[in-house]
Ligand binder design. Structure first.
Ligand code: APR
Ligand code: PHB
Length: 397
């Protein structure tokens, strides 16, 4: 068994762990990141890619904003489709000039990985049997094995950034944690294809009798599209032809006509779930990102919520080491959770408004259409949509 010491042990090298590492490094706080997968595996998972300004600012603060600056695509509106008609929502006009930036999570993760390796910061990939110990004391420890050798990492704090299926949340005694969950009765089938996006300046969210559809992009030559499908469907049930035929039926005639199709380069299923674990601090262990909460992808809040957690947590740890104050540590969970519940509400609302729910029938469809009709004609409701879409400020209320 080898033994190493650091200040913060970060479990998970997804966006949360990597961004936390970059911010701690900038403040001179020593840390180690441990992940059970390889870098290629982490990069292979295709996720949403709409960044709030708060997230873009944090990437700059961490010294990794160049990629989003050069390759991100600024969006000032969204398009809502219902009853086969498209309605633009002027997000920027409704929020006094705010925008979101389309930049894929894969690209963002790659930027963070490159930054980390250029700085020579320690990351252990393909670590097996990761275990957390004594985080209710001042001397927590993380043990793992790598290439058959056992390691012990002793630290002051552990940051559990290891996603929904990680070990950090699972290590907390059952009585100390409360979990809230809603699983939706459908999934998204996502396709990535090297065709120009049908709408390059705005994401298209479509409510149709056949279910929800979404048109997004990764670049001017790469599109990311989704259709709602039954949770029981398998990727193999959807050949490219079936996917393109289906998504066209869910859009308005002009978009359907304009949509260019091509061979998929990736195809995957995403289950839809809302989940929150409370609290997010257990002594010297903190949870951040998907380890503590999941939103359904409608609205693209997952990555932005992770960034918010990381901002609160890095500030708290910096305050602890630089100012000898634990005020940020003591309020971390409460601050993060109030932002999280607001985004949970928004993601649940948009999901409920846009999808076909098998049990709600024709009346449910009419209610959705009436609400969408009200939304596109009401400055009050469209402002509410817009201010949530661009992201609420970190110090909101
Ligand atoms: N030990 C070590 N590492 C682990 C373990 C474990 N037992 N379990 C999981 N991990 C690693 C995974 O391999 C992954 O690289 O933790 C990382 C978690 O990354 P993500 O799941 O991407 O979570 P997070 O960094 O919080 O990112 C949040 O991801 O799901 C999206 O919408 C979400 O965009 C948001 C973002
Ligand atoms: C995506 O680009 O993958 C995406 C965009 C917006 C969403 C969800 C996913 O709401």
């Amino acid at each position: 068994m080898t033994t190493t010491r650091t200040r913060v042990a970060i479990i998970g090298a997804g966006p949360s762990g990597l961004l936390l590492g970059a911010l701690l490094h900038k403040a001179g706080i020593e840390h180690v990141i441990i992940d059970r997968q390889s870098p290629d595996y982490v990069l292979g998972r295709i996720r949403a890619g709409i960044l709030e300004q708060v997230t873009v600012d944090l990437l700059h603060e961490a010294g990794v904003g160049h990629g989003v600056d050069s390759d991100g695509n600024v969006h000032r509106s969204i398009e809502l489709v219902f009853k086969n008609t498209r309605h633009p929502i002027d997000v920027t006009g409704l929020t006094k000039g705010k925008v979101v930036t389309a930049y894929g999570q894969t690209e963002l993760t790659r930027d963070l990985m490159k930054h980390r390796s250029q700085l020579g910061l320690p990351t252990v990939y393909e670590a097996a049997e990761v275990q957390l110990h004594d985080f209710d004391s001042t001397h927590p420890e993380v043990t793992y094995s790598k290439d058959g050798v056992s390691h012990s990492l002793q630290c002051d704090f552990i940051a559990g950034c290891d996603g929904f299926h990680g070990v950090a949340r699972a290590s907390v005694p059952l009585g100390a944690i409360t979990e809230y969950e809603k699983v939706y009765p459908f999934a998204w089938l996502g396709v990535l294809a090297d065709v120009p996006p049908v709408s390059s300046h705005a994401i298209v969210y479509a409510n149709s009798k056949r279910g929800f559809a979404l048109c997004s992009m990764r670049s001017m030559t790469r599109s990311r599209y989704y259709v709602q499908c039954p949770s029981s469907d398998k990727v193999e049930d959807w050949n490219d032809r079936r996917f393109w035929d289906e998504i066209r039926t869910r859009l308005d005639p002009e978009l359907a006509e304009r949509m260019q199709t091509g061979p998929s380069i990736e195809k995957s299923m995403t289950p839809l779930r809302s989940f929150v674990a409370e609290p997010m601090r257990f002594g010297h262990l903190f949870l951040a990102g998907d380890a503590a909460h999941i939103v359904p992808p409608t609205g693209a809040k997952g990555l932005n919520l992770a960034a918010g957690d990381v901002k609160y947590l890095s500030s708290a740890l910096i305050e602890h080491y630089q100012d000898k104050s634990d005020a940020g540590i003591d309020t971390y969970s409460q601050r993060a959770l109030s932002r999280i519940w607001r985004a949970e509400r928004f993601s649940w609302w948009l999901t409920t408004l846009m999808h076909r729910f098998p049990e709600s029938g024709a009346f449910g469809q009419r209610m959705q259409e009436a609400e969408l009709d009200y939304l596109v004609h009401s400055q009050a409701l469209s402002t509410s949509l817009a201010e949530n879409y661009v992201g609420l400020p970190l110090d909101f209320g």
